[in-house]
Design a protein around this ligand. Structure first.
Ligand SMILES: Cc1ncc(COP(=O)(O)O)c(C=O)c1O
Length: 412
């Protein structure tokens, strides 16, 4: 019988993140202590004023324009200009229910193929499959901070051939590696030469620890999309507020994106859009500095206590992830490795294979957010000096889980 579900949809599988969460829940039910290093969610509270504005607008029930509230698009345009130095007019900005949806619409509209580095966020490949866009992977290395070099990119492009439209996805700070891309300018040069389109996934840019974020759009404004939103920097993942900024060279995309938006979600919910105006217009520098300092302190603790002869790891640079590599001869795949770690130590992590790596590479994504961010935040009076003692006090699960993991690795 002919399948009732389309082939490209049948190929999709449940996200690995959900699978590990299920397994963790089962272990917790059985009374086992689980360190939730598999979960990528901000532990901090949304700034109060933004929540207040949401409440004040809760009664607003009218649909807003498909593309989004003009005032919000104006503020995001300003925010992007300040951050990237590139002018995306409000006409080039689409408000979406999370940046995930923004990227999905782009995949559905795009006629071409996708090039994405390994490691990459878990949803890029499935989204490309939904859009019927072939995916090419470009594996990176720890020595190059988990981003492609210009040479590697060019070599791959020659292999793919010049005749197709091609989007390169770049995500910095990166999920899963927690690394920041430091060779944007040279990558932009190659992109220009091969007329690539870039999707710069900037959902974590406000969580760049050196506070000096550069966007690749600065070096290649004509063909770089930017996606972003409220989910990570202000902990509002459940609010589902994201955006896509369309570059001037691809302005025509907006018409199709708007059609797709109008035939699917219509428009993002009204109260959240009003609250987002405040999020992009208000002064939240102090809040961001504090959040970043806490994450950096916790990430550095994990890094210092995990790096060893048995565990290769790069220092944290942004977001809330680290990507340890285990020296191992016992397990055949990173899934097997992560399963053994979960069973034997209670530490839940995601295997590197979920992020595009060869399953034989003993990599895992470690998210260091298993702590009460509200409590930690409240107790930080000087964000410039967050001691190890504070990390021990306010992130005890992260500390304990790291010790368990480090001891486990020594016996590999
Ligand atoms: C790299 C990356 N991009 C995009 C997203 C999507 O975020 P949202 O749809 O909440 O804006 C996530 C969320 O986990 C992510 O890690």
């Amino acid at each position: 019988m002919v399948s009732k579900v389309k082939k490209n949809i049948l190929k999709l599988r449940e996200s690995a993140t959900l699978a590990i969460n299920e397994k963790s829940k089962n272990l917790i039910k059985k009374g086992k202590k689980v360190y939730r290093f598999g979960f990528g969610q901000s532990p901090f509270q949304i700034p109060e004023k933004i929540v207040e504005i949401l409440k004040k607008n809760a009664h607003k029930k009218e649909y807003l324009p498909i593309q989004g509230l003009p005032e919000l698009r104006k503020k995001i345009s300003k925010y992007l200009f300040k951050k990237t130095g590139v002018e995306f007019s409000e006409e080039n900005i689409l408000i979406t229910p999370g940046s995930k949806e923004a990227m999905l619409l782009m995949h559905v509209a795009f006629n071409g193929e996708i090039l994405t580095p390994a490691p990459s966020w878990v949803s890029y490949e499935p989204q490309a499959q939904i859009g019927l866009n072939k995916v090419h992977w470009l594996e990176t290395s720890q020595s190059n901070n988990w981003f492609p070099t210009a040479k590697e990119l060019e070599k791959k492009l020659r292999k793919i051939g010049k005749k197709k439209n091609l989007i390169l996805i770049l995500n910095s700070p990166n999920n899963p590696s927690g690394a920041v891309c430091e060779n944007l300018e040279e990558l932009a040069k190659v992109a220009k030469k091969y007329k690539l389109i870039i999707l710069s996934d900037e959902i974590y840019t406000d969580l760049s620890f050196d506070n000096n974020y550069k966007s690749i759009s600065k070096f290649y404004p004509h063909y770089t999309f930017i996606s972003g939103g409220l989910s990570k920097w202000c902990g509002a993942g459940g609010w589902r507020l994201g955006f896509l900024a369309v570059p001037n060279g691809l302005k025509d995309f907006m018409k199709s994106l708007k059609s797709l938006a109008s035939e699917s979600y219509s428009t993002v919910n009204t109260p959240t859009q009003f609250a987002a105006v405040e999020a992009y217009d208000g002064d939240y520098e102090e809040y961001k500095l504090k959040v970043r300092s806490i994450l950096l302190a916790v990430g550095t603790y994990v890094y210092n206590n995990l790096k060893s002869n048995e565990v290769l790891i790069n220092p944290p640079q942004g977001a809330f992830y680290l990507m340890p590599e285990f020296k191992n001869k016992k397990y055949k795949t990173s899934s097997e490795l992560c399963e053994a770690i979960l069973n034997e130590t209670g530490v839940a992590m995601l295997p590197g294979s979920d992020f595009g790596f060869n399953p034989k590479k003993m990599l895992a994504r470690l998210s260091y957010t298993d702590f009460d961010g509200v409590e930690f935040f409240r107790n930080v009076s000087d964000y410039k000096s967050i001691s190890q003692e504070m990390v021990k006090r306010y992130a005890p699960n992260v500390v304990e889980g790291t010790t368990k993991l480090s001891n486990w690795a020594k016996n590999l």
